[in-house]
Design a protein around this ligand. Structure first.
Ligand code: DQA
Length: 152
């Protein structure tokens, strides 16, 4: 099983950026944590960019490179990007939205998530552990879909 984990703008600044909100783990720590967690469970590829178009390309790569599912933290593009929503709809792969902080308890402008409409689940406010929760949920979902297809 192949899973793609995508991080959007400013997530490369983890550990430096507002540590009281996003924690002290760096982006490299997060990469290592996810790779370690996926070892023996699934194949994982991690991508990060500060640029919206790059994120669209990464989402599209889930289709062209046959990934089974996507975990994405779109950062601030969550609240602005119809392009990311359209990209997730285009690739027809199960996608989970992750936020390190609890966006529901933050500013009004963070209450809109465009990408959510194309996601099977949102994990928010669980710190970086949320990525691991999303991976588990995604694996279970993909396995269930496979079993359903097999039993038809
Ligand atoms: C974030 C929440 C977003 O509102 C913010 O713009 C981010 C990080 C989170 O992980 O909590 O960059 O996606």
């Amino acid at each position: 099983m192949k899973i793609l984990v995508i991080n959007g703008p400013n997530l490369n600044m983890l550990g430096i950026r507002e540590p009281e909100r996003y924690g002290r783990e760096t982006y490299s720590d997060l990469e290592a944590k996810i790779k370690d967690y996926c070892h023996g469970k699934c194949e994982v590829t991690l991508k990060q960019s500060n640029h919206e178009g790059d994120l669209v390309d990464y989402i599209q790569s889930a289709y062209f490179e046959n990934y089974d599912g996507i975990v994405i933290n779109p950062g601030a593009y969550t609240h602005t990007s119809i392009a990311l929503l359209d990209a997730v709809k285009s690739v027809m792969k199960p996608c989970i939205e992750v936020h390190i902080s609890d966006v529901s308890s933050r500013e009004d402008f963070r209450q809109i998530s465009y990408i959510r409409a194309a996601c099977i689940k949102t994990v928010s406010g669980c710190g970086t552990q949320g990525y691991l929760m999303a991976i588990d949920y995604l694996i279970k979902h993909i396995e269930e879909e496979r079993n359903e297809r097999y039993n038809k």
